[in-house]
Structure formats: structure tokens, C-alpha cells
Design a protein around this ligand. Structure first.
Ligand SMILES: [Zn+2]
Length: 355
């Protein structure tokens, strides 16, 4: 069952790409209880959990970074201009609270733009660009936010959005992408540490996924996996304009198994092995394709090629302040990855090998 306190801590942690210290500390604390820890040169956390056999080596990764911003510049009047880290849709930003982390302190601010009463008729017709927005941390005449508050270029910024348990077994928070996957690493780690598994598992909290899958690339060098699984959010395609029965990608439709993204076509034999487990154990699931990419986009082309799959869970409103997932979908995804680890032995690795 989803460990809600762990998920609260992980989603509320501060950690845009390149600033993953907080989520890394949580993962190191929790994964240190189940296996041998190391960090790579970019900062990814790698936890080795030895089972009954050294091979196959299974890399299970979730990225620790979240989408956010850097302080791009500070205007003379003390407004902070935004440098996006990861993909942002400008529409979701206006009027939202953020926290700016400076050397001295964390500052609360709000994202603003030229107010409606100042706009011309023409300007009112179009949506503002991120370039036209700014963060207001409380600047007024003669108050220097650099001097007084320590704000400087390059300081990281993330959304303010506390974790909440909603009705209907739904959970709302920022950064489900991919702190949800980080939670799954811990929960899967706890379960496999308590039993024998016929392989060696590497639980990886990767850095810098949102800016181009960079952490996964270096972590794959550390692990040198035989197979890889990325745990990450999948998308919800349900909305008021579309009848729910027409979309498989919807809340409470189980774990998601990827069939295609922009960076990878999952290994079909490994994918079918995962589907076979879900069918056998009656773990609810659906198939999905997404337009983005996951850590496995890098890992599957590591060295001579690594069979890889993605297991996700449908999440609404990713890359925004308040994403929503269903606890039972998250649990189904954890069950599926644990069942995979329990079953994927040398014989199974042989059965998916090209020959
Ligand atoms: Zn992600």
C-alpha cells in the first residue's frame, strides 16, 4: 500500500534538475536500509540489492529531478525573470506560488505578468510567454532583492504545492514526475530485500532526466545492466471533451506498460514478459504510448544494447503545480515491478535474448 508519508516527503522535497540534493538524501536514507549505496559523478543514487544470483543485472530507475526554473536575471525593479528547467506550458504558470532557494534562505514568490488592466486589446487576445512572466518575491521601490535577500542568477525555483490526500483514494501533489517513481523504488526495495530474488537489482535515483535523460546515461555506465526498467508517470488522456470509455489512459486503470515513446521502442520480448506477469497475477494494467521520453531512452542504447521497458501509472496534470494520481494505480505498478524482480532469472534473460 502506498506509503503516504514517504510520498509526502518525496513530492514536497525541493529538487529541480541539477539540484537534486533533497530527494537524493531521502532516497539514500531509505535505500541504504535495503542495499549497498553509491553515487555517480553526476549525482545519481545507485543501490545494489544482491539476490541469489549475480546475473541478470536489473536496473530499475526513477528520476529524482522535477521541472522548475532558474533565476535568469533580475530586473532593475527587482522582478525575477525565469529560465525554464524542463518542459513548461506557460498557461499553467500565472498566479502560481513558487519558492526561490538562495544561498541565504528560501523565498516565497508568485508568478506574475503585465496585469489585465494594463493590456491593450491586441495583447488581451494572446497568452503571455514565459519570457514575459516574472517572479515577485516582494520587491518595492528601493528594495534590492539581490542585496537584501541574496537572490542571484542561477538560483533554483520550484512550485509551492503541498501534498494532499483527496477523496476517492486520489493523491494530489507537485512533482509526481518522478517522485512517484522514487517512492516506488523504495517500496519495491523494501519488498525485495525481505525475500530471495534470482538476480541482482540496482535501484537508481537518476538526476537530470527533465533536461535530456542525462543521469540515466551515466548511471547505466555504473550498473552495466542486462535489462532495464524505468518507473515514471504515464499520461492521462481523459478530459471533459472525451468519453472516458474511449481512453485507456485514465485514472484507476491500473499500471501503464509502454509500447512507444519518442526515444525508445521497448524490447518486445521483455514487454511481453511484463504483460505476461500482469495477466498471470491479475495486476490491472493498460498499454500506453507517450510523446516524451523516459530514462530508458538512454539506457536501451547503452553499450551493445539493453532490453528495456517502462512501467508507469496514469497521472493528471504533470509538469504543473498539482498532479493527481490514484493510489491503486501506483500500488499496481509497484506490484508489477516486484513480481518482475521475483521472476526474472537467468532462464528468463536467456528467453528474451536475440539469437
Ligand atoms: Zn519523468
Amino acid at each position: 500500500m502506498a506509503d503516504r508519508e514517504l510520498l509526502r516527503e518525496l513530492t514536497e522535497a525541493f529538487g529541480p534538475s541539477g539540484f537534486e540534493d533533497e530527494p537524493a538524501a531521502i532516497l539514500a536514507r531509505e535505500l541504504g536500509k535495503v542495499g549497498k549505496l553509491s553515487r555517480d559523478g553526476l549525482g545519481s543514487v545507485v543501490c545494489e540489492v544482491r539476490g541469489g544470483s549475480e546475473r541478470p543485472r536489473i536496473m530499475v530507475s526513477a528520476h529524482m529531478d522535477e521541472v522548475g526554473f532558474l533565476v535568469k536575471s533580475i530586473t532593475k525593479d527587482g522582478y525575477i525573470r525565469l529560465l525554464p528547467i524542463g518542459g513548461w506550458w506557460p498557461q499553467v504558470l500565472l498566479g502560481q506560488r513558487v519558492v526561490v532557494r538562495t544561498r541565504k534562505q528560501d523565498l516565497h514568490g508568485v508568478i506574475g505578468t503585465k496585469p489585465p488592466h494594463e493590456l491593450t486589446e491586441e495583447e488581451r487576445k494572446k497568452l503571455p510567454d514565459i519570457d514575459e512572466m516574472y517572479v515577485d518575491v516582494g520587491c518595492t521601490d528601493g528594495f534590492d532583492v539581490g542585496e537584501e535577500l541574496g537572490v542571484r542568477r542561477g538560483d533554483p525555483i520550484v512550485p509551492v504545492s503541498p501534498f494532499v490526500e483527496m477523496a476517492n483514494n486520489l493523491l494530489m501533489a507537485k512533482a509526481w514526475d518522478d517522485r512517484g517513481g522514487c517512492g516506488m523504488l523504495v517500496e519495491a526495495g523494501r519488498r525485495i530485500a525481505a525475500e530471495r530474488h534470482p538476480n541482482t537489482v540496482y535501484l537508481v535515483g537518476s538526476v537530470q532526466e527533465e533536461v535530456g535523460l542525462r543521469g540515466a546515461r551515466t548511471a547505466a555506465e555504473v550498473v552495466n545492466p542486462d535489462v532495464a526498467i524505468a518507473l515514471d508517470v504515464s499520461l492521462c488522456c481523459e478530459h471533459p471533451g472525451k468519453p472516458r470509455e474511449e481512453v485507456e489512459e485514465r485514472l484507476k486503470n491500473g499500471a501503464a506498460i509502454l509500447i512507444h515513446d519518442r526515444t525508445m521502442i521497448p524490447n518486445t520480448r521483455l514487454r511481453d514478459f511484463v504483460i505476461g506477469i500482469a495477466d498471470e497475477l491479475e495486476i490491472p494494467y493498460h498499454l500506453t504510448s507517450v510523446r516524451g521520453g523516459y530514462d530508458t531512452g538512454e539506457v536501451h542504447v547503452h553499450r551493445t544494447g539493453v532490453p528495456s521497458v517502462v512501467i508507469g501509472w496514469p497521472t493528471r496534470y504533470i509538469h504543473a503545480h498539482a498532479g493527481i494520481l490514484a493510489a491503486e494505480d501506483y500500488d499496481a505498478a509497484v506490484d508489477l515491478v516486484v513480481a518482475f524482480i521475483e521472476r526474472f532469472d537467468e532462464g528468463a534473460a536467456e528467453s528474451i535474448r536475440f539469437s
